[in-house]
Design a binder for this molecule. Structure first.
Ligand SMILES: Cc1ncc(C[n+]2csc(CCOP(=O)(O)OP(=O)(O)O)c2C)c(N)n1
Ligand SMILES: CC(=O)[C@@H](O)[C@H](O)COP(=O)(O)O
Ligand SMILES: [Mg+2]
Length: 589
C-alpha cells in the first residue's frame, strides 16, 4: 500500500499527487480519521462524509489564499489533517490540543472560527465583499454547509443578500439528508425532490435567488468533484454547488446508524462496534431525566408541548416525540423560531417546554426578551448543557446564560442541584407560573440513582440550607453544590461553614439572604457560569442595596473564553473544582 498521506503536510504537498491516486488518498485519510476518533473520541460521521470533498477543494483551490469556511466545523477533521495538523490531530479536543472546530488562532487555513451552525454564508460573503473593496477580484471564497444547517434563518439571510451581489462566492451544499438527527422541514423535502427529479433541479429555489446553481453531483466521486470545482473556479459571482454524500461513509456501522455515529465515543476502528459502558449504578443523564419526566407530565397534562431546535437526541425530547408525536416538535436548527413558536403556543394556553442547549439560546436572545418575557408568556425553557461542557470547548460552553438571562424582567431562573430538583421544578412549572422560567442544567450524569420520586412542588424564589455552620456561608447554584460539599469535607473546621443551595438565580430568596447576611462574616458564592453578571453578582448587588458590609467572594468562570478539555480539567483551571473551592474557604477561616 502506498502511504500517500504520510507525505502530505499542506495543500502544496497534496497538489503534487496525480489525480488518479486521489481515491487512494481518500481511503488513507478516512482510515486516519477513524483511527484517531476511535480512541480519542469526537465527531465522526460528518468528517467521513466529506473526505473526497476536502481533498478536491484543497486540490483545486489555492488555500489559504482562497478562503474556505466549514459551517459548524465538526466535519473539518480531514481539512485539519491536510493543512498541517496531521501530527497533532491525536490531541483533538483535548486540553491544549487542537480544537474540534476550525479556529483562526490555530491555523492560517481556518479563516473563520465555527461551532454554532449556519454562519458560513454570511461570513464568506463578508470576506468576498472585503476582497472586492480591496481590489482583489481573483480570490475565491468558499463555504461548505450541510443540509440541516442551510435550513436555518441565518443561512437564508446570507443567501438572500448574496444573490443580489457580484460577490465571488461558492456555496457548497453538502446534502447527506441528515443533521445530528434526521433533517426536517419543507426544504428537506424540496432537496429530496431535487435529487430524484431533474425537472426540479432546473427550476430551483437557489437559481431563483440568482445563484449559478450546479448539481446535484456525487460527492464521493473525486474526479467529478475536481472537474466541477475546476469549472466553477473560472466563473465569477455567486455560485452554488449541490453535492450528495453519505454521512459516516466508509465505516459500515457509521453509515447504518448515522445518529449514533455523529459523535460515537470510543469504538473499534475495524468493526465500528461501540465500546460498552456499564450503566449499572450510574445515575441518569440530566437530559434523560428531562425527557422521561416530560413524557410523564405530558401524559397527565394535555396542554404540554415539547419543542427542540434540531436536538431531539441530545435533549432527549425524542422520548416524547416517540410517545406523543402530535405534541412534540423538532423544528430544525432554528432556535429563534423555536422560542417565538413557543411564545405563540403559550398565548393560546398551551404549556411549551422549549428545550435549547444553553449555548444555542444565545442565538434567540431577542426572541426571549421581545416575544416571551416582555409579554410575560409562561414558556418553560429547559436549557441543557449549561456550564462547562468539556471537549466541544469555547464555542459550546453554556456559561453565559445566568448573566444574559438575569437582566430580563419577568423571567424566573432556576438551577437544579440534582435530578430530583429538575423533576420537581418541571412539575411545578407546568402547574402554572404566570411567568416564563429558564431551568438550566448541565451536560452528563447527575447524582441520584433513585430519581423517580413522587413530584413535590417547589416554592418559587426559595433557597434551602444544606448544612449548618457558624462563620462562613457558601451559597451555590445548580450542581456546583456537589463541589462545595466535597470542598467542605476537606476542611478541618467544618462546623464553621454553612452551605446553602439558593436554587433560584431570579427571584433571589431575599428573606433567606437577609438571614445569611445577618449571621455570617463571610459569604462565598459558587456558580458554573461567568463571574461577571451572574449569580454572585446578584448576591453582591443585594449586599450593596441592603448596605451590608461583609466579606464576599464570588467563585465562577473567569472573564475569558475557556477552551476545550475534560470538564474536571476545565473546572480546575477555572478554580471551580472542590480543591480550589476548599482553598478559598480556608483563606477566610
Ligand atoms: C446554532 C446551532 N444549533 C445547533 C447546533 C448543533 N448541531 C451541530 S451539527 C448539527 C447538525 C448539522 O447538520 P448538517 O448541517 O446537515 O451537517 P452534517 O452533520 O450532516 O454534516 C447540529 C444541529 C449547532 N452547532 N449550532
Ligand atoms: C457540533 C455540535 O454542535 C454538536 O454535535 C455538539 O457537539 C453536541 O454536543 P453534545 O455531545 O453535548 O450533545
Ligand atoms: Mg447533513
Amino acid at each position: 500500500m502506498i502511504h500517500l498521506l504520510k507525505n502530505i503536510n499542506s495543500p502544496y504537498d497534496l497538489k503534487k499527487i496525480e489525480i488518479n491516486q486521489l481515491p487512494q488518498l481518500a481511503k488513507e485519510l478516512r482510515e486516519f480519521i477513524i483511527e484517531v476518533v476511535s480512541t480519542k473520541e469526537g465527531h465522526l460521521g460528518a468528517s467521513l462524509g466529506v473526505v473526497e470533498l476536502t481533498i478536491a477543494l484543497h486540490y483545486v483551490f489555492d488555500t489559504p489564499d482562497d478562503l474556505l469556511i466549514w459551517d459548524v466545523g465538526h466535519q473539518a477533521y480531514g481539512h485539519k489533517i491536510l493543512t498541517g495538523r496531521k501530527d497533532v490531530f491525536h490531541t483533538n479536543r483535548q486540553l491544549n490540543g487542537v480544537s474540534g472546530f476550525p479556529k483562526r488562532t490555530e491555523s492560517i487555513y481556518d479563516p473563520f472560527g465555527t461551532g454554532h451552525s449556519s454562519t458560513s454564508i454570511s461570513a464568506v460573503l463578508g470576506m468576498a465583499i472585503a476582497s472586492h473593496l480591496k481590489g482583489d477580484n481573483t480570490k475565491n471564497h468558499i463555504a461548505v454547509i450541510g443540509d440541516a444547517s442551510i435550513a436555518s434563518g441565518m443561512a437564508f439571510e446570507g443567501l438572500n443578500h448574496a444573490g443580489v451581489t457580484n460577490a465571488n462566492i461558492l456555496i457548497i451544499l453538502n446534502d447527506n439528508a441528515i443533521g445530528i438527527d434526521p433533517s426536517v422541514g419543507a426544504l428537506k423535502e424540496y432537496l429530496t425532490n431535487v435529487k430524484t427529479n431533474k425537472k426540479w433541479a432546473k427550476n430551483n429555489i437557489i437559481k431563483a435567488l440568482n445563484f449559478d446553481y450546479s448539481g446535484p453531483i456525487d460527492g464521493h466521486d473525486i474526479k467529478v468533484l475536481i472537474a466541477e470545482l475546476t469549472r466553477l473556479k473560472k466563473i465569477k459571482g455567486p455560485k452554488f454547488l449541490h453535492i450528495i454524500t453519505t454521512k459516516g461513509k466508509g465505516l459500515k456501522k457509521a453509515e447504518e446508524d448515522q445518529v449514533k455515529y455523529h459523535a460515537p465515543g470510543k469504538f473499534d476502528k475495524i468493526t465500528g462496534e461501540l465500546s460498552q459502558k456499564s450503566t449499572q449504578n450510574v445515575p441518569p443523564k440530566f437530559q434523560d431525566v428531562f425527557g422521561h419526566t416530560l413524557v410523564e407530565l405530558a401524559k397527565a397534562n394535555k396542554k404540554i408541548v415539547g419543542i427542540t431546535p434540531a436536538m431531539p437526541t441530545g435533549s432527549s425530547l425524542k422520548f416524547m416525540m416517540e410517545e406523543i408525536p402530535e405534541r412534540a416538535f423538532d423544528v430544525g436548527i432554528a432556535e429563534q423560531h423555536a422560542v417565538t413558536m413557543s411564545a405563540g403556543m403559550a398565548t393560546q394556553g398551551l404549556i411549551p417546554f422549549c428545550n435549547v442547549y444553553s449555548t444555542f439560546l444565545q442565538r434567540a436572545y431577542d426572541q426571549v426578551i421581545h416575544d416571551v418575557a416582555l409579554q410575560n408568556l409562561p414558556v418553560i425553557f429547559c436549557l441543557d448543557r449549561a456550564g462547562l461542557v468539556g471537549q466541544d470547548g469555547a464555542t459550546h460552553h453554556g456559561v453565559f446564560d445566568l448573566a444574559y438571562l438575569r437582566c430580563i424582567p419577568n423571567l424566573i431562573i432556576f438551577a437544579p442541584r440534582n435530578e430530583i430538583e429538575l423533576r420537581n421544578i418541571m412539575y411545578t412549572a407546568q402547574l402554572g407560573l404566570n411567568h416564563p422560567i429558564a431551568i438550566r442544567y448541565p451536560r452528563g450524569t447527575g447524582e441520584v440513582l433513585d430519581w423517580r420520586k413522587p413530584f413535590e412542588k417547589i416554592t418559587i424564589g426559595t433557597g434551602i440550607q444544606l448544612k449548618k455552620g457558624t462563620d462562613i456561608a457558601v451559597l451555590s447554584v445548580g450542581n456546583m453544590a456537589k463541589n462545595v460539599f466535597l470542598a467542605i469535607d476537606l476542611i478541618k473546621d467544618k462546623n464553621k461553614i454553612a452551605h446553602y443551595d439558593m436554587r433560584f438565580i431570579k427571584p433571589l430568596d431575599e428573606k433567606l439572604l437577609v438571614k445569611i447576611f445577618e449571621t455570617y462574616k463571610t459569604i462565598i458564592t459558587v456558580e458554573d457560569g461567568v463571574i461577571k453578571g451572574g449569580f454572585g453578582s446578584a448576591v453582591n448587588e443585594f449586599m450593596i442595596e441592603k448596605e451590608y458590609k461583609k466579606n464576599i467572594k464570588i467563585i465562577g468562570v473567569p472573564d475569558k473564553f475557556i477552551e476545550h478539555g475534560q470538564v474536571e480539567e476545565l473546572q480546575k483551571m477555572s478554580g471551580l473544582d472542590y480543591k480550589s473551592i476548599a482553598k478559598i474557604i480556608k483563606s477566610f477561616l
